[in-house]
Design a protein around this ligand. Structure first.
Ligand SMILES: [Zn+2]
Ligand SMILES: [Zn+2]
Length: 151
């Protein structure tokens, strides 16, 4: 029984690593162990983490990982279109594996960032003809549901 469970777990871990590697490869990113770890963290933590958060979660298992490596890796992911970089707050950049168009809401009390489904903003036809848009960010700020209730 024990043995069976161990095998199952092992298969699960292998499959996850393989799946994440495959996604990175489709973006033209060579899947090193650290890159897979960072991308997997973003896929499984849709809280829009900062470099520091990612570092504190991954460094116990990856002692050679540095904040600089994480930052450079995230910059590479963003340049290949694999993730979004959010500049919703001045003090920290936030990172998002959800690349489908959506807006963000940041609570000014608890600092949490929420995804808001958002249809693409319709721009003036002349603007669309004259400008080539490569990125859209829509940010809302306010007080979240939980903080509003606890007020
Ligand atoms: Zn809140
Ligand atoms: Zn998001």
């Amino acid at each position: 029984m024990q043995r069976f469970q161990f095998c199952n777990n092992y298969n699960f871990i292998m499959n996850t690593t393989q799946r994440v590697s495959e996604i990175l490869t489709t973006y033209g990113i060579r899947p090193s162990i650290q890159r897979v770890g960072i991308y997997d963290y973003l896929l499984t933590h849709r809280t829009h983490p900062t470099v520091d958060e990612i570092f504190s979660h991954l460094s116990p298992a990856m002692p050679t990982l540095s904040r600089t490596t994480i930052y450079n890796t995230l910059t590479l992911f963003a340049s290949k279109g694999a993730i979004l970089v959010l500049n919703i707050e001045e003090k920290n950049q936030r990172f998002d594996a959800g690349i489908e168009p959506h807006a963000h809401f940041q609570c000014t009390k608890c600092d949490k960032i929420f995804d808001f489904p958002q249809p693409l903003v319709q721009l003036d036809e002349q603007i669309v003809r004259d400008f080539e848009i490569v990125e859209t960010q829509i940010y809302y700020k306010g007080i979240c549901k939980t903080c509003k209730k606890n007020h």
